[in-house]
Design a protein around this ligand. Structure first.
Ligand code: S3P
Length: 448
């Protein structure tokens, strides 16, 4: 887990970035690969798994519930216990910084006859869990959470599962793949049909991978355009060989770096470009970004490509609110691109950004203002006046950007540092380990 001692790091203008690189495995797919492998009967093999702290927290929790998980060379082997076969963990499950681990594993525990207590770091402990507690309680789980003075249900919390659980039909009140996945995972060990109505499409890795593992899952669209996902339990999952593609949410930082640092030319190989995740690339192309996809292919049911990016003058745009779910993790780095564009970039519909690893609207606004960027912070978005390609402030004393235990705030400002007059410091690089081990070396490598 991230150590408690903050590690400040300076990022300075570096000259052009060039080279052919790859980024670590997709975080969302890595969590799901471990979880479904742990529920299959027999031995699954995973390559390309993200070895970041968030995914390692999921692995540790699954081990604590009986799955054998080993790594040799580049291959992770998971000996699954079968749906319904999880054991009572001996200690509280430490989720570190990871909302995905917490919410998905709460779903898993909810329909097993076990109980588990979930704890996490200072960031995770502030995040709302009511959105998963509601449906999982309807399925029969007994969940006791810490209630905050502003009426949020937060960690630490304990889930006492019910087996057999009750199948539900649930209409998602927030566009959240974590909530959808928590219910699907609970549905695996629930007799009958668990049905989710999803008015706004979110990342669909759980549906794709569940099909791959042999679950009886159907996805339809109703007359109003809502997705209806029906899963029949109790499921029997067959072990798989999974290749995890590179994470588009990690590639995003290098794509924006390539666009805004003059003279840059970068190739990022083997990146997932699932349309439910690729909104940022479309927005950047609409801003004038020179981004192209080559060698498009399907790996394990997921679209993958090599991404080519080169320095481009960007123009501010109005980002349509309905593209937000397909780039929900990418707004911090989009705001950096917007700060370097000509004209105004307007974003809206981003309430969810306030309940991520940090309040990303307020953290980004604070950091950008420290770099002299003119912006307005609205309830649900930022409006940013771009510099038109001029270097951002920096200067003396060097701005120190507060990252608030948020990996994506840290990496966004690391990239911004490359286009400042004389550099900036981020107060702590450690959170980057949750999703992108090797980030700093990769950036340094591209600059040399
Ligand atoms: C994730 C879903 C998203 C995203 C998170 C990963 C997932 O969260 O922000 O980084 O793997 O399902 P929400 O479901 O809260 O939108």
């Amino acid at each position: 887990m991230t150590s408690n001692t903050p590690k400040p790091v300076t990022f300075k203008p570096s000259g052009s970035l060039s080279g052919k690189i790859s980024v670590p495995g997709d975080k969302s797919i890595s969590h799901r690969a471990l979880i479904l492998s742990a529920l299959a009967v027999g031995k699954s093999r995973i390559t390309g798994l993200l070895e970041g702290e968030d995914v390692l927290a999921t692995a540790a929790a699954l081990r604590a519930m009986g799955a054998r998980i080993e790594k040799k060379d580049d291959v992770w082997t998971v000996h699954g216990v079968g749906v319904g076969g999880l054991m009572q963990p001996g200690n509280a499950l430490d989720m570190g910084n990871s909302g995905t681990s917490t919410r998905l594993l709460m779903g898993l525990v909810a329909s097993h006859g076990i109980s588990a207590t979930f704890i996490g770091d200072a960031s995770l402990t502030k995040r709302p869990m009511g959105r998963v507690i509601d449906p999982l309680s309807q399925m029969g789980a007994d969940i006791r959470a810490r209630e905050t003075s502003d009426h949020k249900s937060c960690l630490p919390l304990t889930v006492r599962g019910l087996c057999p659980a009750i199948p539900i039909e649930y209409r998602l009140p927030v566009a959240s793949a974590q909530v959808k996945s928590a219910i699907l995972l609970a549905g695996l060990n629930t007799p009958g049909i668990t049905r989710i109505i999803e008015p706004v499409l979110t990342r669909d890795h759980s549906e794709t991978m569940l099909k791959g593992f042999g679950a009886d899952i159907r996805v339809e669209t109703d007359a109003e355009g809502c997705r209806i996902i029906s899963l029949t339990g109790e499921a029997e999952l067959k072990p798989q060989k999974i290749k995890v593609p590179g994470d588009p949410s990690s590639a995003a930082f290098l794509v924006v770096a390539g666009l805004i640092v003059p003279g840059s030319d970068i190739i990022i190989e083997n990146v997932g470009i699932n349309p439910t995740r690729a909104g940022l690339f479309e927005v950047l192309q609409n801003m004038g970004g020179n981004i192209s996809f080559k060698k498009e292919r399907i790996v394990g049911g997921e679209p993958v490509a090599d991404i080519y990016v080169s320095h481009s003058p960007l123009t501010g745009i109005e980002v349509p609110a309905d593209i937000a779910p397909s780039m929900i993790d990418e707004f911090p780095i989009l705001f950096i691109a917007a700060a370097m564009a000509s004209g105004e970039t307007t974003t809206s519909g981003l309430h969810e950004l306030r309940v991520k690893e940090s309040d990303r609207l307020s953290q980004m606004a604070k950091g950008l203002e420290a770099l002299g960027v003119k912006l307005a912070e609205k309830d649900d978005g930022l409006v940013i006046e771009g510099s038109g390609g001029k270097l951002l402030a920096g200067g003396r004393p060097k701005p120190v950007i507060e990252t608030a235990l948020d990996h994506r705030i840290a990496m966004s400002f690391a990239v911004a540092g490359l286009v400042t007059k004389s550099g900036l410091a981020i107060d702590d690089i450690a959170p980057v380990q949750t999703s992108f081990p090797g980030f700093q070396d990769l950036v340094t490598g591209l600059a040399s």
